[in-house]
Design a protein around this ligand. Structure first.
Ligand SMILES: [Zn+2]
Ligand SMILES: [Zn+2]
Length: 348
Protein backbone atom coordinates (compact mmCIF):
# COMPACT_ATOMS: atom_id res chain seq x y z
CA UNK A 1 0.00 0.00 0.00
CA UNK A 2 1.42 3.33 -0.94
CA UNK A 3 -1.49 5.73 -0.82
CA UNK A 4 0.65 7.86 1.47
CA UNK A 5 2.82 8.62 -1.56
CA UNK A 6 2.64 12.39 -1.95
CA UNK A 7 1.61 12.35 -5.60
CA UNK A 8 -1.58 10.42 -4.89
CA UNK A 9 -4.25 12.83 -3.66
CA UNK A 10 -6.99 11.61 -1.33
CA UNK A 11 -9.57 12.90 -3.80
CA UNK A 12 -9.82 12.75 -7.57
CA UNK A 13 -11.95 14.27 -10.31
CA UNK A 14 -14.27 11.97 -12.22
CA UNK A 15 -17.12 12.23 -14.76
CA UNK A 16 -20.16 10.85 -12.95
CA UNK A 17 -23.31 9.69 -14.74
CA UNK A 18 -26.56 10.89 -13.16
CA UNK A 19 -29.31 10.53 -15.74
CA UNK A 20 -29.85 10.50 -19.50
CA UNK A 21 -27.60 13.19 -20.99
CA UNK A 22 -26.45 14.25 -17.51
CA UNK A 23 -22.73 13.67 -16.99
CA UNK A 24 -21.00 15.86 -14.36
CA UNK A 25 -17.40 16.22 -13.32
CA UNK A 26 -17.29 15.75 -9.55
CA UNK A 27 -14.83 15.02 -6.77
CA UNK A 28 -14.65 11.47 -5.47
CA UNK A 29 -12.43 9.69 -2.95
CA UNK A 30 -9.44 8.13 -4.69
CA UNK A 31 -9.98 4.36 -4.44
CA UNK A 32 -7.56 2.32 -2.31
CA UNK A 33 -6.27 -0.90 -3.81
CA UNK A 34 -7.14 -4.04 -1.84
CA UNK A 35 -5.47 -7.44 -2.14
CA UNK A 36 -4.37 -8.17 -5.73
CA UNK A 37 -5.58 -4.73 -6.81
CA UNK A 38 -3.69 -1.97 -8.56
CA UNK A 39 -4.26 1.79 -8.63
CA UNK A 40 -3.65 3.26 -12.09
CA UNK A 41 -3.26 6.98 -12.83
CA UNK A 42 -5.32 7.22 -16.03
CA UNK A 43 -3.44 8.75 -18.97
CA UNK A 44 -6.04 8.20 -21.72
CA UNK A 45 -9.50 6.66 -21.87
CA UNK A 46 -11.35 6.15 -25.13
CA UNK A 47 -15.08 6.86 -25.37
CA UNK A 48 -16.86 3.68 -26.45
CA UNK A 49 -20.19 3.31 -28.23
CA UNK A 50 -21.36 1.53 -25.08
CA UNK A 51 -20.46 4.63 -23.04
CA UNK A 52 -22.56 6.69 -25.45
CA UNK A 53 -25.56 4.40 -24.91
CA UNK A 54 -25.05 4.63 -21.14
CA UNK A 55 -25.12 8.43 -21.15
CA UNK A 56 -26.99 9.55 -24.27
CA UNK A 57 -29.64 6.81 -24.13
CA UNK A 58 -29.90 6.56 -20.35
CA UNK A 59 -28.73 2.94 -20.03
CA UNK A 60 -26.29 3.83 -17.22
CA UNK A 61 -26.58 3.20 -13.49
CA UNK A 62 -26.96 6.55 -11.67
CA UNK A 63 -23.83 7.59 -9.76
CA UNK A 64 -21.59 5.37 -11.91
CA UNK A 65 -18.34 6.28 -13.64
CA UNK A 66 -17.87 4.87 -17.15
CA UNK A 67 -14.81 4.36 -19.32
CA UNK A 68 -13.11 0.99 -19.93
CA UNK A 69 -10.66 1.76 -22.79
CA UNK A 70 -7.88 3.12 -20.61
CA UNK A 71 -4.15 3.27 -20.39
CA UNK A 72 -2.13 4.72 -17.55
CA UNK A 73 0.64 4.28 -15.04
CA UNK A 74 0.70 1.99 -12.02
CA UNK A 75 0.96 4.30 -8.99
CA UNK A 76 0.03 2.03 -6.05
CA UNK A 77 -0.50 -1.66 -5.43
CA UNK A 78 -2.37 -3.57 -2.76
CA UNK A 79 -0.94 -6.69 -1.13
CA UNK A 80 -0.31 -9.88 -3.15
CA UNK A 81 0.26 -8.17 -6.50
CA UNK A 82 2.83 -9.98 -8.64
CA UNK A 83 4.31 -9.22 -12.03
CA UNK A 84 3.63 -5.46 -12.02
CA UNK A 85 5.66 -2.57 -10.64
CA UNK A 86 5.09 1.08 -9.77
CA UNK A 87 5.69 3.11 -12.92
CA UNK A 88 4.59 0.40 -15.37
CA UNK A 89 2.47 1.60 -18.31
CA UNK A 90 -0.60 -0.61 -18.48
CA UNK A 91 -3.78 -1.03 -20.48
CA UNK A 92 -7.12 -2.38 -19.29
CA UNK A 93 -8.05 -5.85 -20.52
CA UNK A 94 -10.84 -8.34 -19.92
CA UNK A 95 -13.03 -8.40 -16.85
CA UNK A 96 -12.23 -11.34 -14.58
CA UNK A 97 -13.94 -14.62 -15.48
CA UNK A 98 -14.28 -17.80 -13.41
CA UNK A 99 -11.86 -19.94 -15.43
CA UNK A 100 -13.76 -23.13 -14.67
CA UNK A 101 -17.16 -22.99 -16.41
CA UNK A 102 -17.71 -24.69 -19.79
CA UNK A 103 -17.35 -21.35 -21.61
CA UNK A 104 -14.07 -20.44 -19.92
CA UNK A 105 -12.63 -23.90 -20.53
CA UNK A 106 -13.55 -23.79 -24.22
CA UNK A 107 -11.80 -20.46 -24.78
CA UNK A 108 -14.96 -18.35 -24.73
CA UNK A 109 -14.52 -16.42 -21.49
CA UNK A 110 -16.61 -13.58 -22.95
CA UNK A 111 -19.65 -15.78 -22.28
CA UNK A 112 -18.72 -16.60 -18.66
CA UNK A 113 -21.74 -15.95 -16.43
CA UNK A 114 -19.41 -14.67 -13.70
CA UNK A 115 -18.15 -11.85 -15.84
CA UNK A 116 -19.44 -8.31 -15.17
CA UNK A 117 -20.91 -6.15 -17.90
CA UNK A 118 -19.00 -2.85 -18.18
CA UNK A 119 -21.08 0.16 -17.20
CA UNK A 120 -23.87 -1.93 -15.72
CA UNK A 121 -22.04 -3.58 -12.84
CA UNK A 122 -20.30 -1.97 -9.86
CA UNK A 123 -17.31 -1.32 -12.13
CA UNK A 124 -15.84 2.15 -11.55
CA UNK A 125 -14.43 3.25 -14.86
CA UNK A 126 -11.61 5.40 -16.11
CA UNK A 127 -13.32 8.70 -16.89
CA UNK A 128 -11.48 9.66 -13.71
CA UNK A 129 -7.97 10.56 -12.62
CA UNK A 130 -7.48 7.11 -11.09
CA UNK A 131 -8.92 3.65 -11.56
CA UNK A 132 -8.53 0.71 -9.18
CA UNK A 133 -8.70 -2.75 -10.80
CA UNK A 134 -7.78 -6.38 -10.18
CA UNK A 135 -4.26 -6.99 -11.40
CA UNK A 136 -5.52 -9.76 -13.72
CA UNK A 137 -7.27 -7.08 -15.81
CA UNK A 138 -4.07 -5.22 -16.68
CA UNK A 139 -1.63 -5.84 -19.49
CA UNK A 140 1.71 -4.12 -19.90
CA UNK A 141 1.97 -1.76 -22.88
CA UNK A 142 4.88 -2.68 -25.20
CA UNK A 143 7.85 -0.26 -25.02
CA UNK A 144 7.48 0.91 -28.62
CA UNK A 145 3.78 1.75 -28.31
CA UNK A 146 2.59 5.13 -26.99
CA UNK A 147 0.03 5.07 -24.17
CA UNK A 148 -2.28 7.14 -26.39
CA UNK A 149 -2.23 4.60 -29.24
CA UNK A 150 -2.51 1.78 -26.69
CA UNK A 151 -5.93 3.18 -25.70
CA UNK A 152 -7.09 1.59 -28.98
CA UNK A 153 -6.22 -1.90 -27.71
CA UNK A 154 -9.58 -2.70 -26.14
CA UNK A 155 -11.80 -1.60 -29.06
CA UNK A 156 -9.34 -3.15 -31.53
CA UNK A 157 -9.69 -6.43 -29.64
CA UNK A 158 -13.46 -6.11 -30.13
CA UNK A 159 -12.92 -5.60 -33.87
CA UNK A 160 -10.54 -8.58 -34.07
CA UNK A 161 -13.11 -10.77 -32.32
CA UNK A 162 -15.67 -9.86 -34.97
CA UNK A 163 -13.17 -10.88 -37.64
CA UNK A 164 -12.61 -14.19 -35.84
CA UNK A 165 -16.37 -14.80 -35.73
CA UNK A 166 -16.70 -14.01 -39.46
CA UNK A 167 -14.07 -16.62 -40.46
CA UNK A 168 -13.27 -14.36 -43.45
CA UNK A 169 -10.27 -15.34 -45.55
CA UNK A 170 -7.96 -13.57 -47.99
CA UNK A 171 -9.58 -13.05 -51.36
CA UNK A 172 -13.08 -12.70 -49.88
CA UNK A 173 -15.29 -9.62 -49.89
CA UNK A 174 -16.48 -7.76 -46.83
CA UNK A 175 -19.07 -5.10 -46.11
CA UNK A 176 -18.90 -2.94 -42.98
CA UNK A 177 -22.09 -1.09 -42.05
CA UNK A 178 -21.23 1.87 -39.80
CA UNK A 179 -17.79 3.53 -39.73
CA UNK A 180 -17.73 4.55 -36.10
CA UNK A 181 -14.70 3.42 -34.08
CA UNK A 182 -15.44 -0.32 -34.27
CA UNK A 183 -16.24 -0.18 -37.98
CA UNK A 184 -13.09 1.85 -38.64
CA UNK A 185 -10.92 -0.50 -36.57
CA UNK A 186 -12.47 -3.51 -38.34
CA UNK A 187 -11.61 -1.95 -41.70
CA UNK A 188 -8.03 -1.19 -40.64
CA UNK A 189 -7.55 -4.69 -39.19
CA UNK A 190 -9.00 -6.39 -42.29
CA UNK A 191 -6.63 -4.38 -44.51
CA UNK A 192 -3.69 -5.22 -42.23
CA UNK A 193 -4.59 -8.91 -42.67
CA UNK A 194 -4.57 -8.68 -46.44
CA UNK A 195 -8.32 -8.51 -47.05
CA UNK A 196 -8.46 -5.79 -49.66
CA UNK A 197 -12.00 -5.82 -50.97
CA UNK A 198 -13.89 -4.01 -48.22
CA UNK A 199 -16.92 -1.80 -48.86
CA UNK A 200 -18.07 0.58 -46.13
CA UNK A 201 -21.59 1.95 -45.74
CA UNK A 202 -21.80 5.11 -43.64
CA UNK A 203 -24.05 8.20 -43.82
CA UNK A 204 -21.86 10.78 -42.00
CA UNK A 205 -19.30 12.58 -44.18
CA UNK A 206 -16.50 12.76 -41.56
CA UNK A 207 -16.64 9.00 -41.10
CA UNK A 208 -16.87 8.35 -44.83
CA UNK A 209 -13.64 10.33 -45.30
CA UNK A 210 -11.99 8.26 -42.56
CA UNK A 211 -13.11 5.02 -44.26
CA UNK A 212 -11.61 6.19 -47.58
CA UNK A 213 -8.32 7.05 -45.82
CA UNK A 214 -8.23 3.63 -44.18
CA UNK A 215 -8.41 1.90 -47.54
CA UNK A 216 -12.02 0.99 -48.17
CA UNK A 217 -12.45 -0.14 -51.79
CA UNK A 218 -15.57 1.99 -51.92
CA UNK A 219 -17.62 4.02 -49.48
CA UNK A 220 -21.37 4.20 -49.98
CA UNK A 221 -24.39 5.54 -48.15
CA UNK A 222 -26.95 3.14 -46.65
CA UNK A 223 -29.41 4.21 -49.37
CA UNK A 224 -26.96 3.06 -52.10
CA UNK A 225 -27.14 -0.60 -51.06
CA UNK A 226 -29.75 -2.26 -53.28
CA UNK A 227 -31.40 -5.24 -51.63
CA UNK A 228 -32.64 -8.11 -53.85
CA UNK A 229 -36.42 -8.36 -53.64
CA UNK A 230 -36.72 -12.13 -53.31
CA UNK A 231 -35.09 -14.28 -50.64
CA UNK A 232 -33.59 -16.70 -53.18
CA UNK A 233 -31.93 -13.92 -55.21
CA UNK A 234 -28.25 -13.27 -54.45
CA UNK A 235 -26.96 -9.77 -55.16
CA UNK A 236 -24.41 -9.39 -58.00
CA UNK A 237 -21.68 -8.10 -55.70
CA UNK A 238 -22.64 -10.11 -52.64
CA UNK A 239 -20.32 -10.26 -49.63
CA UNK A 240 -18.74 -13.24 -47.90
CA UNK A 241 -18.96 -11.43 -44.56
CA UNK A 242 -20.89 -8.41 -43.32
CA UNK A 243 -19.79 -6.62 -40.16
CA UNK A 244 -22.77 -4.74 -38.74
CA UNK A 245 -21.23 -1.99 -36.59
CA UNK A 246 -24.00 0.63 -36.57
CA UNK A 247 -26.64 -0.86 -34.30
CA UNK A 248 -29.32 0.11 -36.82
CA UNK A 249 -32.10 -2.38 -37.55
CA UNK A 250 -32.16 -1.40 -41.24
CA UNK A 251 -28.42 -2.14 -41.55
CA UNK A 252 -28.94 -5.62 -40.06
CA UNK A 253 -31.70 -6.31 -42.60
CA UNK A 254 -29.66 -4.96 -45.53
CA UNK A 255 -26.48 -6.74 -44.48
CA UNK A 256 -28.26 -10.08 -44.28
CA UNK A 257 -29.74 -9.56 -47.76
CA UNK A 258 -26.32 -8.85 -49.32
CA UNK A 259 -24.54 -12.07 -48.28
CA UNK A 260 -23.34 -14.79 -50.62
CA UNK A 261 -24.76 -18.26 -50.03
CA UNK A 262 -23.27 -19.54 -46.79
CA UNK A 263 -22.11 -16.02 -45.88
CA UNK A 264 -21.82 -14.68 -42.34
CA UNK A 265 -23.39 -11.63 -40.74
CA UNK A 266 -21.52 -10.51 -37.61
CA UNK A 267 -23.53 -8.34 -35.22
CA UNK A 268 -21.33 -5.90 -33.31
CA UNK A 269 -23.29 -2.65 -33.17
CA UNK A 270 -25.30 -2.36 -30.00
CA UNK A 271 -28.73 -0.83 -30.33
CA UNK A 272 -32.22 -1.13 -28.99
CA UNK A 273 -34.07 -1.54 -32.28
CA UNK A 274 -35.17 -5.03 -33.34
CA UNK A 275 -34.68 -5.88 -37.02
CA UNK A 276 -37.15 -7.93 -39.08
CA UNK A 277 -35.54 -11.29 -39.78
CA UNK A 278 -35.85 -12.66 -43.33
CA UNK A 279 -35.89 -16.25 -42.09
CA UNK A 280 -36.62 -17.60 -45.56
CA UNK A 281 -33.41 -15.99 -46.94
CA UNK A 282 -31.41 -17.49 -44.07
CA UNK A 283 -32.86 -20.95 -44.70
CA UNK A 284 -32.52 -20.99 -48.50
CA UNK A 285 -28.93 -19.74 -48.47
CA UNK A 286 -27.66 -21.32 -45.24
CA UNK A 287 -26.64 -17.93 -43.89
CA UNK A 288 -24.92 -17.59 -40.55
CA UNK A 289 -25.85 -14.81 -38.15
CA UNK A 290 -23.60 -14.45 -35.14
CA UNK A 291 -23.00 -11.98 -32.37
CA UNK A 292 -19.52 -10.85 -31.44
CA UNK A 293 -19.27 -9.85 -27.79
CA UNK A 294 -16.07 -8.54 -26.21
CA UNK A 295 -12.93 -10.33 -27.41
CA UNK A 296 -11.07 -13.56 -28.07
CA UNK A 297 -9.39 -14.83 -24.89
CA UNK A 298 -6.03 -13.38 -25.94
CA UNK A 299 -7.60 -10.64 -28.02
CA UNK A 300 -6.15 -7.69 -26.13
CA UNK A 301 -2.64 -9.19 -26.42
CA UNK A 302 -3.21 -9.61 -30.17
CA UNK A 303 -4.46 -6.03 -30.41
CA UNK A 304 -1.39 -4.69 -28.58
CA UNK A 305 0.88 -6.67 -30.90
CA UNK A 306 -0.92 -5.35 -33.98
CA UNK A 307 -0.76 -1.76 -32.69
CA UNK A 308 2.94 -2.14 -31.84
CA UNK A 309 3.67 -3.58 -35.30
CA UNK A 310 3.02 -0.18 -36.87
CA UNK A 311 0.72 -1.79 -39.47
CA UNK A 312 -2.27 0.32 -38.39
CA UNK A 313 -2.57 4.09 -39.02
CA UNK A 314 -3.19 4.87 -35.34
CA UNK A 315 -2.91 8.63 -35.89
CA UNK A 316 -5.84 8.47 -38.28
CA UNK A 317 -7.83 6.05 -36.13
CA UNK A 318 -7.65 8.43 -33.16
CA UNK A 319 -9.58 11.71 -33.25
CA UNK A 320 -6.85 14.40 -33.32
CA UNK A 321 -8.27 16.50 -30.46
CA UNK A 322 -8.07 14.83 -27.07
CA UNK A 323 -10.92 15.57 -24.67
CA UNK A 324 -10.15 17.17 -21.29
CA UNK A 325 -12.37 15.81 -18.51
CA UNK A 326 -14.20 19.15 -18.28
CA UNK A 327 -15.25 18.87 -21.95
CA UNK A 328 -16.49 15.29 -21.71
CA UNK A 329 -20.21 16.15 -21.83
CA UNK A 330 -19.73 18.15 -25.04
CA UNK A 331 -17.71 15.31 -26.57
CA UNK A 332 -20.51 12.84 -25.77
CA UNK A 333 -23.03 15.09 -27.52
CA UNK A 334 -20.81 15.52 -30.59
CA UNK A 335 -20.08 11.79 -30.78
CA UNK A 336 -23.80 11.04 -30.47
CA UNK A 337 -24.43 13.35 -33.44
CA UNK A 338 -21.80 11.49 -35.50
CA UNK A 339 -19.70 14.64 -35.89
CA UNK A 340 -16.45 13.03 -34.75
CA UNK A 341 -14.68 10.43 -36.87
CA UNK A 342 -12.13 8.19 -35.18
CA UNK A 343 -11.77 7.26 -31.54
CA UNK A 344 -12.06 10.20 -29.15
CA UNK A 345 -9.92 9.83 -26.04
CA UNK A 346 -10.42 11.57 -22.71
CA UNK A 347 -7.37 12.86 -20.86
CA UNK A 348 -8.30 12.97 -17.18
ZN1 LIG B 1 -15.33 -0.37 -25.63
ZN1 LIG C 1 -16.38 -18.94 -16.52
Amino acid sequence: MSLSRPQIPAEMRAAVYHARGDLRVETRATPEPGPQQVLVAVAYCGICGTDLHMVNDGWGRPDSIGGHEYTGEVVAMGPEVAGLAIGDTVVGGPEPSCGSCDYCRSGRAMLCPERDTPGVSEFQGAFAEFICVDQCQLLRVPENLSPRAAALAEPLAVALHGITRSAIEKGERALITGAGPIGALTLAALRARGIDDVVVSEPMEARRALARDLGARSVVGPEDLAVPPMPFTIADDAFDAVFECSGKAAAVETGLALLVKGGTLVLQGTGAERPRLDAHRVLLNELVITGAYCYDDDGVDDALALLASGDLPTDRLLHPEDVPLDSIATAFARLGAGEIAGKAVVVP
